[in-house]
Design a protein. Structure first.
Length: 563
């Protein structure tokens, strides 16, 4: 997160931090943390939290920890841990030597739980999970005390030790805080602190068969790490009294929890549970499918990390939830790629063009600039010959008035080359499909010559057929048809709301310059959009390119036409 000193606008979290610095709260320190659960891959919503936490630490010369909240081994995997670390680094942030896991604190958390039992503030309950929900009450009705709530400290200490020793089955016993079953805040109605879970942990193995709940782990982990500002999303606002209650009852260092609005994007799902469902039901090829809103998917699609950071800066930090238009994210991507991407030519739906008055054996090397936005990007040469490919969409046999591309007896300029004129159209005798155009060229109109200024209304990209390299091109659209696929009322069946046209694979051609590309390289295919060499399957012998984003926002027009 970057700020400009010339601007007085700051978000409310910055205001809180600056006030704390003035009053010397936390001894003038700023220490934040990013605490992901290793039960899935990070998505664009996490990017907002990453940028906020690491950005605040950087802005105020503080520190930011990366801490894995690994308290549920039944859903956690080392694969996710590695992917999360890779994503945070890719976004441009460094936790230095401050990598932590909640599992590091399991022994201390157990001692904290014992301390609460000894104070009469926690008890072991034998109610079933269903009974606990029933006893909890509702928003309008108070809860009921468990019959085990008033058991003695000695009995609870014994039962909790036996829970740890593995004497009880899953669901047979839990440890609960003793707070207030009549509280208007349901989170304070004797929440569960520990449950029996006989699952090996990816870091601690079989050492534990009881695991702390998130609400009990989070604040104490913050305290142990001396975090100053514990920044959470809004759904944890009602949990803050519980966060503070634990710290007060344990009489330990107290960080300050602050909540902000999470990121919501239209045409996008940001629920790890539903993203996992998409993967498991094979609606996508995996967590890093370029249609997924995961950071690994966006990286594979070609989104620059700079664009994602810019997007997070632009949407800001608010106190109330709202939905951001996906077009803003794409705009940030275009802005960055426009400055950095070499311009190249590719033809993804080829139509053959024969220039009848061009020598059959001649090949010219024409000069093309790599990026007009970057004078230092240099230039390259592209071959020109008698037989070319153009885009099939760039020709119409009976063009409408405002069609400025190629048609019978029409002229266009070929980018970096000559003006050509369509003289004849060759069709398939059986289907009537146009298969070839017979054209002539004006040799005096070579790009850079004195005749270059001769006016024609259209300029087309092209490739020399003899030099064009075959390539697989993957064209992506939104994964969902509905604007709010996260709304289960609007989209009760996740699979049926998936856009069947979210991926189109075509066989096209690329210019020889792209032979030197490697996975992850980004380019602008002239007039087609921004593309990225696929970082998983690209090889020089079998190149694969993913469309990162179109040159302009066409999705809104498509949606309007279909509704």
């Amino acid at each position: 997160m970057h700020t400009d000193d010339s601007e007085s606008s700051t978000n409310f979290i910055q205001n809180i931090v600056e006030e704390d610095l003035k009053t010397k709260k936390f001894e003038g320190r700023v220490h934040t943390r990013f605490p992901p659960e290793p039960n899935g891959y990070l998505h664009i919503g996490h990017a907002k939290s990453i940028c906020l936490n690491f950005g605040l630490a950087s802005q105020y010369s503080g520190k930011c920890n990366l801490r894995f909240d690994d308290t549920n081994p039944s859903k956690e995997e080392e694969e996710y841990v590695k992917a999360i670390m890779e994503d945070v680094r890719w976004l441009g942030f460094d936790w230095e030597d401050r990598l932590h896991y909640s599992s590091e604190y399991f022994d201390q958390l157990y001692e904290y739980a014992v301390r609460l039992i000894e104070k009469g503030k926690a008890y072991v309950d034998a109610l079933s999970p269903e009974q606990i929900r029933e006893y909890r009450g509702t928003l309008t009705e108070p809860g009921q005390n468990s019959p085990h709530r008033d058991s003695s400290v000695e009995e609870n200490l014994d039962l909790f030790a036996r829970m740890r020793a593995g004497e009880f089955a899953e669901g047979e016993r839990v440890l609960r805080a003793k707070i207030d079953m009549a509280s208007g805040n349901l989170n304070l109605r004797d929440p569960v602190l520990y449950r029996v879970l006989k699952v090996a942990h990816h870091r601690t193995g079989d050492k534990w068969c009881i695991y702390p709940m998130y609400d009990f782990t989070h604040g104490q982990s913050d305290s142990l790490e001396q975090i100053t500002h514990s920044i959470c999303t809004l759904e944890f606002e009602d949990h803050r009294p519980l966060y503070d209650w634990f710290l007060k009852e344990l009489d330990i260092y107290c960080p300050q929890q602050i909540e902000f609005a999470r990121l919501n994007l239209n045409y996008t799902i940001l629920s790890k549970r539903k993203l996992l469902q998409l993967v498991q039901e094979k609606h996508v090829s995996g967590w890093n499918d370029p249609r997924m809103p995961t950071l690994s998917g966006m990286r594979r699609r070609g989104y620059p990390p700079e664009a994602i950071r810019d997007f997070c800066e632009r949407i800001g930090v608010a106190k109330s939830n709202s939905t951001v238009d996906f077009a803003l994210l794409e705009h940030c991507v275009r802005e960055d790629l426009n400055k950095t991407s070499p311009r190249v030519m590719a033809v993804i739906r080829p139509l053959k063009v024969v220039i009848e008055n061009y020598p059959e054996d001649q090949v010219e090397e024409l000069t093309a600039e790599n990026n007009p936005e970057d004078p230092g990007a240099g230039s390259r040469t592209i071959p020109f010959s008698r037989v070319l490919y153009i885009e099939r969409d760039d020709f119409m046999e009976d063009p409408p008035k405002k069609f400025f591309r190629l048609g019978p007896d029409r002229e266009v300029r070929l980018k970096h080359a000559y003006i050509i004129k369509c003289e004849r159209v060759v069709k398939d005798e059986k289907t009537g499909e146009v298969v070839e155009l017979r054209c002539t060229y004006d040799p005096d109109t070579k790009s850079g010559s004195s005749m270059e200024g001769r006016k024609v209304k259209g300029t087309l990209h092209w490739l020399s057929a003899a030099h064009a390299q075959p390539a697989e091109v993957r064209l992506y659209n939104h994964l969902f048809l509905k604007e709010n696929p996260a709304d289960e009322k609007e989209c009760p069946d996740l699979g049926s709301s998936v856009n069947p046209d979210s991926l189109e694979i075509v066989r096209g051609f690329i210019e020889p310059f792209l032979k030197g590309a490697v996975g992850g390289d980004r380019f602008q295919f002239l007039r087609l959009g921004y593309f990225c060499a696929d970082n998983e399957s690209f090889t020089p012998e079998a190149p694969v390119f993913n469309r990162t984003v179109t040159l302009r926002d066409t999705w809104a027009k498509i949606v309007k036409k279909s509704t």
